[in-house]
Write a protein that binds this ligand. Structure first.
Ligand code: SF4
Ligand code: SF4
Length: 474
């Protein structure tokens, strides 16, 4: 027997106790220092069953039941292999992210699309014909998988620029799910400018679950970072739109920060706290804007998960929680420090947010999570959408060697296998694959933001010590 490699611990100095967590089982305990030492003692002492006192044996039994002590390192490795296989193969949920258009009505400073004045003239928009094929393809997947739930996410570009396709897909897939006894949920990732009560009212009957809107700092910072194409600010209009719909559906606020805006986020949080809809916000969480390392980028900054090759990449921003914690960047300390800082500031004002530890595995590790571009091309995750060489197939089933080769590359992403004995493997999986692809040109290399996980762990421990619900073992 030996301590699990997935044990992490945070000493709680003022109470002479230790917060223990196992990232594989997600067990969280507050224990005495003596109990926290037990796994190591057991690992070092082959005669341990006979040398322990009764209460130590009892504590050991609790630790073993919660995964803190395992048979061997091989057990840990087998467990995590099985875990990633189960995550990958699970048919509990079918997830389909549809890019209704690549067009956008914003000209964000850090966005590739915003740099091209005529981009919207050429940017793809999903036709009704393609939408019908997306629906038929999704229905086939429902029949093949028989999942418990179907999650349809609308993304872009700005997805609300193609409302007819959104309404069509929502209504048709709702009927398809009703017929099959599948629970359906709709999410929308939008810049918020066209988010009206009418849009929400139209989609609520078809399972609208949540709308994510982006605010890039306080009013001035946001208006500088996310103006209209004519340069006008958008903050007031977006906030007004959120005000009008927040009581109708779950709204979460995201934001992309950089060195020039990060210090304005506390003011944004104060502003949000003062709004009458503050308690209606389902989540508030921010991500870094990152500096491009791809020479073709026309400007120095791109959003978190853009894959910028060939000038036709999207303003893609990962929607998963993992994207918030394991991002592309060239200034890791800044990013990790600021992520922790903003998480704390968000929590201080009472908004639900990510904890910084439970961040993955993200969509790319799930076989039955698909991203579909406006032309029907399939991608492994939203961060790769629009990157033509990364398309893994097409909804019409066409056979193309380049897509087949890409699909094989994405079959099993195993960056975490190079992470040795890192305790965060089950919740990180080696970091964002898009970041690894963009920065180092190898999807199977880790993109590591361990300090961010460590900071999240400390917060989790302090929260637990303040009275959240961990099991107490003395
Ligand atoms: S690989 Fe990166 S961009 Fe893609 S789903 Fe995962 S965290 Fe998001
Ligand atoms: S990328 Fe870093 S934090 Fe993530 S599992 Fe690997 S070593 Fe750990």
């Amino acid at each position: 027997m030996q301590p699990s490699m997935f044990n992490v611990r945070v000493p709680l100095e003022d109470r002479n106790e230790v917060f223990l967590m196992n990232t594989f089982t997600d067990a969280q305990l507050i224990v005495s220092r003596e109990v926290s030492d037990l796994p190591d003692r057991v690992g070092a002492d082959t005669a341990w069953p006979t040398t322990l006192a009764d209460e130590e044996r009892e504590a050991l039994s609790t630790l073993t039941d919660n995964g803190f002590i395992v048979e061997s390192r091989a057990t840990d490795r087998r467990n995590v292999e099985d875990f990633f296989r189960d995550v990958r193969e699970s048919t509990d949920q079918l997830r389909v992210t549809v890019l209704t258009t690549l067009q956008c009505n914003f000209a964000c400073d850090y966005c590739i699309q915003g740099d091209h004045g005529d981009y919207n003239k050429t940017a793809a928009k999903m036709s009704f014909e393609t939408a019908a094929r997306v629906a038929a393809w999704s229905e086939d997947r429902l029949d093949a998988l028989t999942p418990e739930s179907f999650v349809l996410t609308f993304f872009g570009g700005e997805p609300l620029l193609n409302l007819p396709v959104m309404y069509y897909l929502a209504e048709r897939m709702w009927t398809a799910c009703e017929t099959r006894g599948v629970r359906m949920l709709i999410n929308i990732i939008t810049n918020g400018l066209l988010l009206t009560p009418d849009v929400v009212d139209r989609l609520v009957p078809f399972g609208l679950n949540g709308v994510k809107v982006t605010l890039d700092g306080d009013r001035d910072a946001h208006n500088r970072m996310r103006p209209l194409r004519g340069g006008q600010g958008t903050f007031d209009k977006i906030v007004q739109n959120v005000r009008l719909v927040a009581h109708k559906c779950r709204v979460s606020i995201g934001g992309n920060f950089d060195e020039s805006t990060v210090d304005t986020y506390p003011a944004l949080l104060d502003f949000l706290r003062q709004q009458e809809f503050a308690d209606k916000l389902s989540k508030v969480a921010f991500k870094p804007v990152i500096r491009a390392k791809v020479p073709q980028q026309p400007k120095g900054l791109i959003p978190l998960t853009v894959v910028g090759e060939g000038g036709n990449a999207l303003n893609g921003a990962c929607m998963t929680s993992a994207g918030g914690g394991t991002s592309i960047c060239d200034n890791c300390n800044f990013i990790d420090d600021k992520l922790s800082f903003l998480r704390e500031e968000t929590k201080k004002r009472g908004f639900p947010t990510v904890d910084g530890v439970h961040m993955g595995p993200c969509e790319i590790h799930k076989k039955h999570a698909h991203t579909i571009g406006p032309d029907g091309s399939l991608y492994a995750c939203p961060g790769f959408a629009g990157d033509v060489p990364s398309s893994t197939g097409h909804i019409d089933g066409r056979q193309e060697s380049r897509r087949a080769a890409a699909a094989t590359r994405f079959e099993v992403i195993t960056a975490w296998k190079e992470c040795n004995d890192c305790a965060f493997i089950p919740v990180c999986a080696g970091g964002c694959t898009v970041a690894a692809h963009t920065e180092i040109g190898d999807m199977n290399k880790p993109n590591c933001h361990k300090p961010s996980f460590e900071a999240g762990l400390i917060t989790l421990a302090l929260d637990a010590a303040r009275g959240a619900n961990p099991v107490i073992v003395n």
